[in-house]
Design a protein around this ligand. Sequence first.
Ligand code: FES
Length: 321
Amino acid sequence: MTDLTVRVHDIAETGVPGEAGCVRVFDLRPDSDALPAFEAGAHIDVVARDGLVRQYSLMNAPGETHRYVVAVALDAQSRGGSKYLHDWVEAGDALMISPPRCHFHLIEDAPFSVLIAGGIGVTPLWAMAQRLIALGRPFAFHFGARSEATAPLLDLMRPQLDVAGVPFYTVFESDGGARLDLGRIFAEAPEGTHFYACGPAGMIDAYIAAGAGCPAGKVHYERFSGAEAPALDGGFEVELARTGGRYAVEAGKTILETLKDHGINVPHSCAEGICGACECGVLEGTPDHRDSVLTDAEKAAGRTMMVCCSGAKSARLVLDL
Ligand code: FES
């Protein structure tokens, strides 16, 4: 769903233009009315050329409604989104975006928070850091990147964290291949700490493993891409509670694709289980969750699911559609 139009007010660029790792920071502003408010950790969909939709975390201070700021790293593996925003979009251009959505919630009254960022994954964590500073809540920030010279947002964040007295730890691979010591970060955090991480898949997998001993609900993360393959085994039926329609999901198809084939359009965006746009209520049956949006507790409860990637463990699912 992309029903907001914003204009590119300004673009700041770091790194070598056109090369992988180059980061463009877009300051997006409305032509007239204020933008919908957003919470730390939220993201927006941005429509690139040919209708391609990509998700970008908002990195400006939550509470600002005169602008949204997103940072886009040029990705050599890009399917078009980051390349389009690097090569084609200039100041003054209009962009179609969605209202903000948030599945990466900050627990604002936690006794202590630890933010852990890898590369361009720093963007939602920087929004969280600004929120925690505004609230006067204690936290520490760990940031890993390839090199100090190309670390996204470093020049913006360091002085503000310094003024606020926030412990800020950096690790750069160019300094000898060191990585964030996740085991130590978890071990040394005070009791009751909530942890937040965003970064490359390998870092998030290591983070989840390092935090396995933490109490439930304290280890939060957001991925760039789907962690699991979509459920494509088929062999079950989906019933839509509001219309009574029943549809067989065949091997090789997701629920979303099956419904689309029958002319039923479920709102969706990333189609890989990371944005939450296709979330549907589950009234009967057992989902086979494959997304990176729901928490383990939400998956176990089975009351909601992402139909772009998740399937069924039962012969029938009844969805609240
Ligand atoms: S469309 Fe993004 S999670 Fe399903």
